[in-house]
Design a protein around this ligand. Structure first.
Ligand code: FES
Length: 339
């Protein structure tokens, strides 16, 4: 057996024994260390960490889960990592995330479904009366079983935790399992089962300015975070939300976002359109082109990103290119199949 140390962002270290060539995630779970996971197939990147010492190999790593640069930095997907020596791995989230009661299955009923832009619907559900409360951190997500099918799709909570009403932004595709359900069959009172909470993307303790970058329905995760911040009146640090979509007709929840300005101190909002019409007076193009004020910032800041892989990779590239080593980055990527 190899001795493996798992280091976490809160400074805690947990240990587990891993058999030679054993899978890191399996060994950790066996020791009661519940590393957040989802697909277990090397695709979602939920279980990612970084090897700080020791030898390992990885079975399958999807190119959208970890980039070449990530691999060069010894980032790993723990569900695909085979341990070949005593080793130490770092996970960029608090150890408490591994000791929560874990993911549970919850039954809910549809309370409302509304199309809020050309490409987005909001689905609101209520946790069924005989079900326990659901704990999650804003930024985490749930895997919803699409009624009438054997398929599931993942959605970030677009609400703060603490009540039995939940909401999710759903990206509407030309066609898709959830899209077809939402457009054609969804009605109030439908039962939707979900697994939650999932993911290791969540708002850390705020002790510096925060830049949030949402791509499309990646906005969902930030609505959850901002709802929670609004309840507290803010964090004492500036919060700047960038929201990138294709056209003006893809923007949604603008009134809700504008209302945060009255509830969250030093909150700033910048929408960016990649394919703007003539009427649009705001910013256009892609978000990295509009981050110049942060390239010369003299105080460290945190960047949170949630959106499609190309958007996340472009911000990571911007971060590396500008050598912003004091700026911490946290992200959640989602793929088309998650929509
Ligand atoms: S759980 Fe999805 S990549 Fe490991």
């Amino acid at each position: 057996m190899y001795k493996v140390a798992l280091n976490f962002a809160d400074g805690k270290t947990l240990f587990c024994a891993v058999p030679p060539n054993g899978i890191l995630l399996d060994a950790a779970l066996k020791c009661g260390i519940k590393i957040p996971l989802d697909c277990r197939e090397g695709v979602c990147a939920t279980c990612q960490g970084r090897c700080e010492s020791g030898s390992y190999t990885q079975d399958y790593v999807d190119e959208e889960a970890l980039s070449e640069q990530d691999l060069a930095e010894r980032k790993v997907l723990s569900c695909q990592t085979r341990v070949l020596s005593d080793a130490a791995f770092y996970f960029d989230f608090d150890s408490t995330l591994c000791s929560n009661e874990g993911t549970t299955e919850v039954t809910s009923t549809v309370a409302e479904v509304t199309q809020v832009s050309d490409s987005t619907a909001i689905i609101r559900v209520t946790i069924a009366a005989d079900q326990p409360d659901l704990n999650f951190l804003p930024g985490q997500y749930a895997r919803l079983k699409v009624p009438g099918t054997d398929h599931s799709r993942s959605y970030s909570f677009a609400c703060a935790p603490g009540n039995r009403s939940l909401e999710f932004l759903v990206r509407l595709l030309p066609s898709g399992v959830m899209t077809d359900y939402v457009r054609e069959r969804c009605k109030v009172g439908d039962t939707i089962k979900m697994e939650a909470p999932l993911g290791a993307f969540y708002l850390r303790h705020i002790d510096r300015p925060v830049v949030m970058v949402a791509g499309g329905t990646g906005l969902s995760a930030f609505l959850g975070m901002l709802d929670q911040l609004a309840e507290k009146g803010g964090s004492g640090y500036p919060i700047h939300l960038f929201y990138g979509v294709r056209t003006e007709r893809d923007l949604c929840e603008l009134e809700r976002i504008e209302a945060y300005k009255a509830k969250i101190s030093a909150f700033e909002f910048t929408p960016v359109l990649s394919d703007a019409g003539k009427q649009w007076q705001g910013l256009t193009g892609f978000i990295p082109a509009h981050l110049s004020q942060y390239e010369t910032a003299d105080t460290p800041f945190d960047i949170y990103m949630c959106g499609p892989p190309p958007m996340v990779e472009s911000i990571k590239h911007w971060h590396t290119h500008n050598a912003l080593t004091s700026a911490r980055i946290f992200f959640e990527k989602f793929t088309e199949s998650n929509s």
